[in-house]
Design a protein around this ligand. Sequence first.
Ligand SMILES: Nc1ncnc2c1ncn2[C@@H]1O[C@H](COP(=O)(O)OP(=O)(O)OP(=O)(O)O)[C@@H](O)[C@H]1O
Ligand SMILES: [Mg+2]
Length: 369
Amino acid sequence: MASVALEKVTKVFDGSVVAVNDVSIDVKDGEFMVIVGPSGCGKTTILRLIAGLEEPQKGRIKIAGNVVNDVSPRDRDVAMVFQNYALYPHMTVFQNMAFALRLRNVPKDRITQAVEDAAKALGIERMLNRKPKALSGGQRQRVALGRAIVRNPKVFLFDEPLSNLDPNLRITTRAELKALHQRLETTCIYVTHDQAEAMTLGRRICVIDRGIVRQIAAPMEVYDRPANRFVAGFLGTPAMNFLAGRIELTQGHAYFVGDDASILLPDRMIDKLTPHNTEPVTLGIRPENLSLRQNATGGDNVLVAKVRLVEPRGDRTEIVTETPAAAQLTINADPHTKLAPADTVRIYLDTAKAHLFPRTNGEKNITLQ
Ligand SMILES: Nc1ncnc2c1ncn2[C@@H]1O[C@H](COP(=O)(O)OP(=O)(O)OP(=O)(O)O)[C@@H](O)[C@H]1O
Ligand SMILES: [Mg+2]
């Protein structure tokens, strides 16, 4: 087990593609860190830098406190599991899993023990004599995980290891991975663009946008207190709603003045908002902080909107609405709602849970305490 640290690491491809931009991440010994972000934001490159498969132009990479920039990949003692795991087709599951240990001349009985233990943990112990082609996709994925586990590395690097699995298998394998980590307590760095995976697996989540770290914090912290608009919009389904407007402080109150209405903000925000008086901002509010108030007479933080889409999800129904000024607001409604497209609704905004982002300087959240 070991800590992993990136210190101001920059990786540029072909002289101009800045894949990783001055990134610092500190992963504690035994921690499960999830790196999340949209396609192309630099997640795989970060893992490859840690594994030693890429060299940074700037910055230091440390494993267990030692700088490893000049240490070869094989001597870093990290195991990487890729999205497109390649098993050796002519070898059995056992041989696939044993391969790395055989290369290291580990005694036979110890290899057998390690493979059997890992296979049991992953529920593939009855498949050890099969060849990969006689396995389902999910089983092959487990073999790839098992192959990493038997190496007993200091650090696991996972690059979207569940993305080839169907949704149900993804969820069960995710739970198994979590249990496995709780048992082994090996440091894990796990890359995904699936935010549900990030929320459920990570002890902390690192949100990346175009090669830049936007926030590193515990899952609920990232969800409840997003540091900036990018993080706010990236985590959460349906996504946070955004309205354009400006801040106005008058008569001892703070208002968000949008194209559709003036919205009274909580008094506790006044101090934070004062330096931003009259500035253009984006107001962010999650669907669960909006509710239907069909009998409201207006004025009390209620917006009128037209239903555009009704999307039943089973446990809830998502209603996508549009305000007269063409802002989109999504609400979680009762699953048995009778609402239909073109209906008019009145939506109450619980501004205690609203966030405000100025449109400059990285759109930092100015409502955080
Ligand atoms: N070997 C390479 N040569 C040139 N550019 C590269 C190379 N590898 C990655 N890039 C570029 O660096 C950026 C980051 O790529 P990376 O693969 O790290 O993204 P990612 O976050 O893993 O994306 P995805 O979610 O699609 O896997 C992209 O713009 C990509 O095109
Ligand atoms: Mg990738």
